[in-house]
Design a protein around this ligand. Structure first.
Ligand code: CA
Length: 240
């Protein structure tokens, strides 16, 4: 049974979600603030399969909670509930380490679909790992002296091992798949993050900066993840 932690201070909302999730067969726990959520999640890392995290919380907000979890090496999938559908808030959530988002107010059926999607993705990553080891192949991409392990959600650079969120892995996979080609910010927003509204696509640059810290030796002078002025980005596996 999948265990879900709901982090939401508005009691009627949290209780309503619990009622509906339990009806669908999920095991549910509620944390009314970020501090409690962090204690639960960092204290017993394997206990929860998924977190529904509201952005608007007393004390630490949802962005802080997600960022602290990732810093603590906890990579449980996070569905973030944003108050507004603004691209900046959404990207801020992804930067903090969220895997998906849903703007409030939302329809229950959509929340359920997103939860199932995240759990499937998580299973898919684990399955691809098993399939890869059975086939004696792997779901990895090597470039320069680095290796992205999509099954383990890790980036390896020498002795350094960095954990990736599902979202970071998705974005890296997208860039790798289009290796050597320019992808526009709009392509990334639409095809990786599923954002279709007319948004300020410059907001994506912060997220790219985060990836550069992971994959570049010198993030300020990138060799792999290049900016194409006025258009977007290009990933180059083996720069000359
Ligand atoms: Ca709230």
């Amino acid at each position: 049974m999948s265990k879900v932690l709901i982090v939401e201070d508005e009691k009627h909302l949290a209780d309503g979600l619990r009622f509906n999730l339990e009806a669908e067969g999920y095991d549910v726990e509620i944390a009314a603030d970020g501090e409690t959520a962090l204690e639960l999640l960092i204290g017993s890392p394997q206990q929860f399969h998924l977190v529904v995290l509201d952005v608007m919380l007393p004390g630490k907000n949802g962005f802080d909670v997600a960022a602290e979890l990732r810093e603590a090496g906890q990579f449980v999938p996070i569905l973030m509930l944003t108050a507004r559908n603004r691209a900046e808030d959404v990207l801020k959530g992804f930067e903090a380490g969220a895997d998906d988002y849903l703007p409030k107010p939302f329809e229950l059926a959509i929340l359920m679909a997103r939860l199932r999607g995240l759990l499937r993705r998580r299973e898919w990553f684990h399955l691809s790992q098993e399939t890869a080891s059975r086939a004696n192949g792997s779901d990895q991409f090597r470039f320069a002296d680095k290796m992205i392990d999509f099954a383990e959600l890790e980036l390896r650079a020498g002795d350094r091992v960095e954990k990736l969120t599902l979202m970071e892995a998705d974005l890296l996979r997208y860039l790798v798949r289009h290796e050597g080609k320019t992808v526009s910010r709009r392509n990334i927003l639409e095809e990786v993050w599923g954002l279709h509204e007319d948004t300020d696509t410059r907001a994506i640059d912060n997220f790219i900066a985060r990836l550069r810290k992971l994959i570049e030796d010198e993030p300020a002078t990138p060799r792999h993840l290049l900016t194409v002025r006025g258009v977007g980005y290009r990933f180059v596996a083996n720069p000359v």
